[in-house]
Ligand binder design. Structure first.
Ligand code: NAG
Ligand code: NAG
Ligand code: NAG
Length: 634
């Protein structure tokens, strides 16, 4: 066994000293403290308990990118041959070698076997009654007390190590650096934003359902149809096999009377219709708290989704989180949604990181008392999410693990669409980055958003009809639209050519002191649709909103209609769309956006240019062209 280790070490060109099982490698380390938190001088009490969980390295995870391309690249002979959930689970299940290596390590370190448990999906090793003293010894670290400005406290460390010989079996360990979650005591500041702002209270703008002359001051469903060639009365033929879901995080909620007012103007046959509620972890469409801030996102997403696919295709609503978790929420806990959809992803008691993700049954007063949803909710072909966190809000390993899960669901044929953010090249709250990772409004580095930064989802931005222009004139990129390059995720194969061309002809005027200019980073967004001056009804009033939030439900509707046609023809849903939309064959299906910038961090941001760019992506879609192209694929 030692010989094997020696060969490996030599192979890596490292120092050829005899490795001892006690040689530790730093596994995760942070240079900055998450926003709102500060370290209190105190060390954590040695006897305090930590719910230790070790996320095991998934088998074959390095092949995910290629496997996903294999079923979603139009040139592949396996196009559309999505995997069953069972096949995905088996293929990526951590190896027995990883399970035993980690258990052996813990036992050697003095943890009794009886306290060690393996999660349902064999992907997490959990230790019961684990104390700070044990964690400090086993992870070669020190735990300190951290406090949030709202008063909540947490135990966390700033780096941890594992023995070199088990490191390649481990993805991440919690709770360690992962403490940047919600304070339990008081309402937190919303870190993870729904991506919408009210731009005008436009009561006086009485929507006239078919008028296209005012699309610059109020985008309506007919404006979207005219802009992107979407049929007014789509023929739906495969509704029972098809599914389209909108995700909302409590307390964000739609109001029925608002939907009806919207439908009355734009799709009268839908008056009285509601999305099918799929409650996740006690999610409720609450009506106790009502204002623009909690209603515009859901009202918009559901109103446009249902109107654009029409009455023939039911729309689902994944309403995530109970009221106590939701109201204290700092980060949209995307993992809670993923846990509910994929049982092989969730841990026994749910959530990958109890400081970020919800814990159920919820101990808070009035909290959801049911068990954590774990693989028991229906998956949908298209999932639209208009919420996002800053890449810098979460640790890289946390994002990488979650991003892989989107890839696995892509293998199963699911399309995930995320908004790219509303602060140009800056993050939510106009925050930018210092080189040490600290976020500040005065910092110089661009701050992309998660999960649009993940190469296994479709990240979408916003365009606008220019003032005084019509839907028949070229749009430009909206200045709020989030775009740029990830500091964490590498350039995926399908995007290589687009980014190569971008740099060849339009290299941006910034260096590494502004953004990841390595030309090897995932570029954001993938494409865009209109997101400025969009009409929405909130509390009985018609107002205009702006944000990349508009894009996921509109694009979701387009993909859902394409899925309907494919399903009716006996084909698969389109699944992960990026390899197709970047392929040569699909070039003509997008209207290139060549005007507009996305300022932020004290700069003009990037510029929208010919071809793909980190402002508008590939441009805006043409439904009819996309439909033809996708109908020609197997
Ligand atoms: C990170 O860098 C900024 C700017 O130089 C500095 O103000 C801040 O204290 C640093 N944070 C840490 C945790 O080192
Ligand atoms: C949005 O609408 C306002 C009027 O409410 C108008 O002044 C502005 O030019 C519009 N923006 C765009 C981009 O068309
Ligand atoms: C830029 O992206 C590449 C590819 O993901 C990565 O290896 C590199 O560390 C990133 N650089 C910075 C400064 O974040």
């Amino acid at each position: 066994m030692f010989a094997v280790v020696l060969v490996l070490v030599a192979g890596l060109g490292l120092v050829l000293s005899s490795p001892s099982p006690r040689s530790f490698s730093i596994h995760e380390e942070r240079t900055n403290i998450a926003r709102g938190w500060f370290r209190v001088g105190r060390r954590a009490p040695p006897a305090a308990l930590l719910p230790l969980k070790i996320g095991l390295k998934e088998s074959n995870i390095e092949k995910l990118h290629d496997r996903l391309l294999d079923v979603s690249h139009p040139d592949s002979e396996n196009y559309g041959k999505h995997w069953t959930p069972e096949k995905v689970k088996t293929y990526f299940r951590p190896s027995e070698e990883s399970v035993s290596a980690v258990i052996e390590w813990l036992e050697e370190a003095g943890v009794e076997r009886a306290r060690i448990e393996l999660s349902k999906g064999d992907n997490w090793v959990q230790v019961k009654d684990f104390s700070v003293a044990e964690a400090e010894r086993i992870l070669d670290t020190e735990y300190h007390v951290y406090q949030h400005t709202h008063g909540d406290t947490r135990l966390a460390c700033s780096a941890y190590s594992v023995p070199a010989h088990v490191q390649h079996h481990i993805e991440l360990i919690t709770p360690t650096l992962h403490f940047d979650g919600r304070p339990s005591s008081k309402r937190g500041t919303q870190l993870s934003a729904r991506n919408f702002k009210a731009v005008s209270a436009a009561d006086h703008l009485k929507p006239d359902s078919n008028d296209l002359s005012n699309c610059d001051v109020r985008i309506t469903p007919p404006c979207y149809r005219a802009l992107y060639n979407i049929p007014a009365e789509p023929t739906i033929r495969a509704a029972s096999q098809n599914s389209f879901a909108i995700v909302e995080y409590t307390p964000q909620a739609y109001l029925g009377p608002d939907l009806d007012l919207f439908f009355a103007n734009f799709s009268p046959s839908l008056v009285g219709s509601r999305p099918e509620l799929i409650s996740i972890d006690g999610g409720v469409v609450q009506t106790e708290e009502m204002d623009f801030g909690v209603n515009i996102e859901s009202n918009f997403d559901i109103g446009y989704a249902m109107t654009l696919v029409g009455p023939g295709q039911p729309v689902r609503l994944y309403q995530v989180e109970d009221i106590p978790e939701g109201s204290a929420q700092l980060l949209a806990p995307f993992n809670d949604l993923l846990d509910a959809l994929d049982g092989s992803y969730c841990t026994e008691d749910g959530g990958d990181d109890p400081s970020v993700d919800g814990v159920y049954p919820d101990p808070a007063p009035g909290g959801y008392q049911g068990p954590k949803d774990c693989g028991n909710k229906q998956r949908s072909n298209v999932i639209s999410v208009s919420y996002a966190s800053n890449e810098a809000d979460l640790t890289p390993f946390y994002q990488i693990r979650q991003c892989s899960e989107y890839g696995k669901l892509g293998l199963m044929g699911i399309t995930f669409i995320f908004a790219s953010g509303d602060s140009g090249v800056a993050g939510n709250g106009e925050l930018c980055l210092f080189p040490n990772g600290t976020q500040s409004e005065d910092a110089p580095l661009f701050n992309p958003l998660f999960p649009a930064n993940c190469p296994f989802v479709t990240g979408v931005g916003a365009t606008q009809v220019n003032p005084g222009s019509t839907v028949f004139d070229p749009e430009s990129a909206a200045s709020l639209t989030g775009g740029g390059f990830s500091n964490i995720f590498a350039l995926p194969e399908y995007q290589k050519k687009a980014i190569e061309e971008y740099y060849k002809y339009h290299e941006p005027p910034y260096g590494a002191d502004r953004y990841n200019n390595s030309q090897r980073a995932r570029g954001i967004p993938d494409f865009s649709v209109n997101g400025v001056n969009c009409t929405v009804v909130a509390e009985g009033r018609t107002i205009a909103v702006a944000g990349t939030s508009a894009a996921p439900p509109v694009i979701g509707a387009i993909i859902t209609l394409i899925n309907d046609a494919r399903l009716a023809a006996g084909k698969s849903p389109v699944g992960f769309i990026n390899p197709a939309i970047y392929s040569n064959a699909f070039r003509g299906a997008f209207k290139d956006i060549v005007d507009g910038i996305n300022p932020g961090c004290g700069t003009d941001g990037f510029e929208s240019v010919e071809g793909w760019d980190p402002v508008s992506g590939l441009g805006t879609p043409d439904f009819e062209k996309l439909l033809d192209l996708w109908m020609n694929l197997p």
